[in-house]
Design a binder for this molecule. Structure first.
Ligand SMILES: NC(=O)c1ccc[n+]([C@@H]2O[C@H](COP(=O)([O-])OP(=O)(O)OC[C@H]3O[C@@H](n4cnc5c(N)ncnc54)[C@H](O)[C@@H]3O)[C@@H](O)[C@H]2O)c1
Length: 284
């Protein structure tokens, strides 16, 4: 998929969780599309320095790295303020991408079968709070910091990275499914709320993508590259799509997930996933 290069040319953009995987690919595609300046925000200092130094060499004057833990609202506010300063006062695009996959047991299984091999553990309340802090509140804080600035400057754009799991709720990932479904709901409420302020707000699933999120597990078959994912997300953003689908499976899954006339399709699919995972296979 080709990115609409003209759309991003001359724009300023912040991407969170951008020192790795899909976030890094989004930054690289934005720069290749002629973005004026970008901010790479992440809490992994080593990866941030490594990639920001490399990109600064390739795109002098256009790249700034900001260390930011998105679970801390003050960090996010300071990061957005630092970005606006670097951009000379204007922020065109914010992509709230930082997130993690959170696999595990809702309650301890009587027989873990092959799941122990996958490193799954019973999830506690503290784990649930951590998951929401990162996957939900991280993006909420980003929106809350950027929207008043975008409104003041006459418009802007925000893309919140959800997951196909917001539509196809995978077993042994209840925490992940809940955080991303909640983020999708918040995003689509904000889309209508700020439409008349000329702030475009979308959800985007990246599709199943080969990144560190798989935490060393054998990756599913047919997985795509971060670059493929980033290109689809940016192509959808350029068209102001309501929900952007990062791969064809996410797009078709979203069509039948809540359809009263074909409930057996997601049921059969997800039951099959549960059984495969119980046998130690990381199916999606
Ligand atoms: N890879 C996939 O198949 C897939 C599928 C669906 C959705 N996603 C979503 O895509 C997004 C990017 O994930 P990825 O696959 O590129 O994974 P990744 O692990 O390669 O990248 C995640 C980045 O987020 C950063 N991060 C984690 N916690 C942070 C925090 N508290 N503050 C700031 N940065 C933090 C990490 O340091 C890392 O650089 C996530 O929101 C993820 O849920 C990925």
């Amino acid at each position: 998929m080709e990115v609409n290069k003209g759309y991003f040319a001359g724009k300023t953009a912040v991407v969170t969780g951008a020192a790795s995987g899909i976030g890094l690919a989004l930054i690289e595609e934005l720069l290749a599309s002629g973005a004026e300046k970008v901010v790479v925000a992440d809490f992994n200092q080593a990866n941030l320095e490594k990639h920001v130094n490399r990109l600064k060499g390739q795109y002098p004057g256009k790249v700034k790295g900001i260390l930011c833990n998105v679970t801390l609202e003050e960090n996010v506010r300071a990061m957005i303020a630092g970005a606006v300063e670097f951009f000379g006062g204007k922020i065109d695009l914010l992509i709230n991408n930082a997130g993690a996959g959170f696999f595990g047991f809702f309650v301890a299984p009587s027989d873990p079968g092959g799941l122990e091999k996958l490193g799954f553990k019973e999830q506690t309340n503290a784990d649930w709070e951590k998951a929401f802090a990162l996957n939900f509140y991280g993006a909420l804080y980003g929106c809350r910091a950027a929207i008043p600035l975008m409104r003041k400057q006459g418009g802007g754009q925000i893309v919140n990275i959800i997951s196909g799991i917001a539509f196809y709720h995978m077993p042994y990932q209840s925490m992940y499914a809940a955080t991303k479904a909640a983020l999708n709901a918040m995003t689509l409420s904000l889309r209508a709320e700020f439409w008349d302020d000329r702030i475009k707000i979308s959800s985007a699933t990246p599709g199943t993508t080969a990144t560190a999120i798989w935490e060393g597990k054998t990756m599913p078959e047919g997985i795509q590259t971060p670059q493929q994912s980033a290109r689809r997300i940016l192509a959808g953003a350029a068209n102001n799509r309501r929900v952007i689908y990062g791969d064809d499976a996410d797009e078709s899954g979203s069509k039948n997930c809540f359809d009263v006339d074909c409930q057996e399709i997601p049921d059969q699919y997800l039951l099959n996933i549960a059984r495969q995972r119980r046998n130690g296979k990381m199916a999606v």
